[in-house]
Ligand binder design. Sequence first.
Ligand code: G
Ligand code: MN
Length: 248
Amino acid sequence: MIDNQQIAAALNGALERGELSAWFQPQFDLLTGDLVGAEALCRWQHPRLGAVAPSDFIPVAEEDGSIDQIGRFMADEALSAMRAWGIDISVNVSPAQLVGSDFTDWLEHQLRLVRGSDRRLTIEITEGLHLDGVPAMVARLDRLRAAGLGIAIDDFGSGQASLTQLKRLHATELKIDRALVADDSPRASETIADAVAVAHGAGVRVVAEGIETGPQLDRASRLGCDRGQGYLLGRPTTRTELDRTISR
Ligand code: G
Ligand code: MN
């Protein structure tokens, strides 16, 4: 086992050494079956530690501040894929990146360099942000929304994300957590159906993530989810690999 101190030490300079890369997982329209988007996912391959999971190193990066550099790198990769592929691209953004205005100012500038109709980027926000105390953050997100950015509430159903957040952040997308997608109880179906109703009532798109089986796909589709993502439909792959799929 490696501890956070070892991770922090190894993470120092990882970006400069080229150890981090963006992988992409496809998203499909559940009505047409078309590939309509992709989520950029951060991968870290360390020469000695091997592959380190984002769930292990992102919290460390948030703690030591390197999330600013890593987050900007990932957003840059996402913007580049968006321009190359002309499909919707999502990228995960840590609440820590939204505390100051540096990241949002930079992102707004990057978006405005692209023609309006080509601005197909969505940021996924996970944590139960304490938004009550941070109206400035909501104002910054609103500026980005006005510049064409989409905002997704990630991991809905995992306990953190809520439908209240959906409204507060003026979100455009709701992502159903894979734990809820995998839960085949009637109660879980009801939770998903309710979330879809609220989301659609607000004009918000619903994406079911972590779809691993046919029955999970069928149910997500039947309950009204707009898009699907998961190992059954497509694993995260390198940009080169997904590029081949898209241009086929
Ligand atoms: O928190 P977020 O939803 O952004 O996490 C995405 C993570 O889930 C990625 O690390 C990705 O590799 C992983 N993932 C994507 N699809 C599946 C799936 O179908 N099953 C499982 N177990 N994990 C998945
Ligand atoms: Mn995500």
